[in-house]
Design a protein around this ligand. Structure first.
Ligand SMILES: [Zn+2]
Length: 342
């Protein structure tokens, strides 16, 4: 089979490799689509994976072979990655009990890592779910980032009539904007440098979208909120000054929820805090819970969040190198969510 293999920092190459065989309890799946995740870009551009790894975790496909002992699936079933969706999964609604200190560099560097930027992937049958009839393959390949969006919206502790700001409107934020509107936000403001992302944010319901290279977003958004600042700021940009900007923008008793994955040390400038005396509640974004997966899968089935509207490009494995490079500079192209079709 063909796979896009991570060779070294900033280099992917399409190579032939043997198709994997399913072990006991596993499925062999022919990959239909695998979405390009921001964490893949991060790992690729920072040189984190072990050379020889195959990345890609936002996938769906068709069952090609059953390992010994697998029940509940048949060859030809459409399936999506859903670690709590298969037989033997955690009971729906049960909170995640993980409280481990993990070393992400060790996880992403695991030499045996075989993801879905490939014709085939093997997976434990307990980590996939059958794709419901009304859900397209393209939508099913968006389940994992939709889970991240659902989780982050809930972390922000949104209340009806809260005002919300997003710093950065990548694909996950574009899913979140839809949910935040449904949840009863009074207004949604967005700061985004990419014209394509800005246009999509407006289309999906953002009340105002600002270009932080041309406008002072703190002044603009604080002005629009009668001097208060938004109740919640979702920091989704990971630029050098955006966390500091989130803290200057948010209401004095507001919440900053940080989804951003930083690639370098950033600074916070708390000089104003002495005079402003804010009581900002700050949260980073941890792993998702089984409940987030349940809600995201339901949103796909009921189509309450339009994930397909954010998909702009379907590419082949041999287009991945150029596409990864382009996605690292989102303001210079019109791509939003990109799916790989091996
Ligand atoms: Zn992802």
């Amino acid at each position: 089979m063909k796979a896009a293999v991570y060779k070294e920092k900033g280099v992917l190459a399409v190579e032939e490799m043997p198709s994997p065989s399913p072990h006991e309890g596993e499925l062999l799946v022919r990959v239909t689509y695998c979405g390009i995740c921001g964490t893949d870009l991060h790992n690729y551009s920072c040189g984190i994976p072990a050379p020889g790894s195959v990345l890609g975790h936002e996938w769906c496909g068709v069952v090609a072979e059953l390992g010994d002992g697998v029940r509940g699936f048949h060859v030809g079933d459409r399936v999506m990655y859903h670690p709590y969706g298969g037989p033997g999964a955690v009971a729906a609604g049960e909170a995640s009990s993980r409280n481990l200190r993990l070393n992400p560099r060790a996880i992403y560097s695991a030499p045996a890592r075989r993801g879905a930027y490939a014709d085939y992937i093997t997976t434990a049958a307990s980590r996939v779910a059958r794709i419901p009839d009304g859900v397209s393959d393209k939508a099913a390949a968006c389940l994992e980032p939709l889970v991240a969006a659902i989780h982050a919206v809930r972390l922000g502790n949104l209340k009806v009539s809260d005002t919300v700001a997003f710093i950065g409107a990548g694909p996950i934020a574009l899913f979140m904007i839809q949910r935040v509107k449904q949840a009863g936000a009074r207004a949604v403001y967005v700061s985004e440098i990419s014209p394509a992302r800005a246009a999509k944010a407006t289309e999906l319901g953002a009340d105002r979208v600002f270009n932080p290279l041309k406008q002072d977003i703190v002044e603009e958004i604080v002005g629009l909120t009668g001097g208060r600042g938004p109740d919640i700021v979702y920091e989704c940009a990971a630029a050098k000054g955006t966390l500091d900007q989130a803290c200057r923008l948010v209401a004095v008793d507001g919440r900053v929820t940080c989804l951003a994955v930083y690639q370098e040390t950033i600074t916070l400038d708390p000089l104003d805090w002495y005079m402003m005396q804010p009581e900002i509640k700050f949260t980073t974004n941890r792993a998702s819970t089984p409940f987030d997966w349940e809600i995201a899968a339901e949103a796909l089935s009921k189509r309450t969040i339009d994930v397909e509207t954010v998909i702009t490009n379907i590419i082949a494995l041999d287009e991945m190198q150029d596409t990864f490079q382009a996605l690292l500079n989102p303001a210079t192209n019109t791509m939003l969510r990109v799916l790989v079709k091996p």
